[in-house]
Design a protein around this ligand. Sequence first.
Ligand code: BG6
Ligand code: MG
Length: 223
Amino acid sequence: MHKKGFIFDLDGVIVDTAKYHFLAWKKLARSIGVDFTEVQNEQLKGVSRVRSLEKILEWGNKTLSEDEFTKLMGMKNQDYLSYIDKMDDSEILPDVSQTLDYLINQEQAIALGSASKNATPILKKVNLFAKFEAIVDGNDVSKAKPDPEVFLIGAKLLGMNPEDCTVFEDSVAGIQAANTANMISIGIGEQSVLHEADYVFNDFTEMSSEFLEGIISGTINKK
Ligand code: BG6
Ligand code: MG
């Protein structure tokens, strides 16, 4: 039997939480007199909470004391969590559940590899928590993507060699992290943005079971 590891990013791959991050960052930016656009929000994909606030302050030419910085981070997360609290399984992105179930039926090893510190509550809200053998999130890593740490810990927890793992990612930094980890990188999103990925699909509806079977059997490999 062929057994491979499959590591899923969360935000933008399993659920479309980017819109909630946007609303929460926008409110916070406005409260300190900074303009924040959807284009800028794109640049925060896969970026940690601390780094996101640093970037917003850079864009707005603002400096804050350490205490103010910590307070704003807390406010942003409170606001974000108020959106998360209303989530349910209708917010799982198309064919994600089917892909997870297919891989589980094929007895593959499945992990989550996310920068978010809210990964566990989100997975519980959308009823997917039980499908993951291992969860690695923002609470477990010291180096953010594009560092491969998050995925290497995931592979280790699954008991798999990195070269036997595949990563699903929507951020450029995440694709780079998967490539550095020597894992098959699959971009979920636009080819023009995710061109460093080994394979790119707009979403999981475009990914056939033959493709996944090819990865499992080893006929589809890292490019
Ligand atoms: C990433 C998101 O998955 O997690 C980023 O793409 C977010 O937008 C980061 O900032 C950290 O998330 P959280 O939930 O810990 O604030
Ligand atoms: Mg993401």
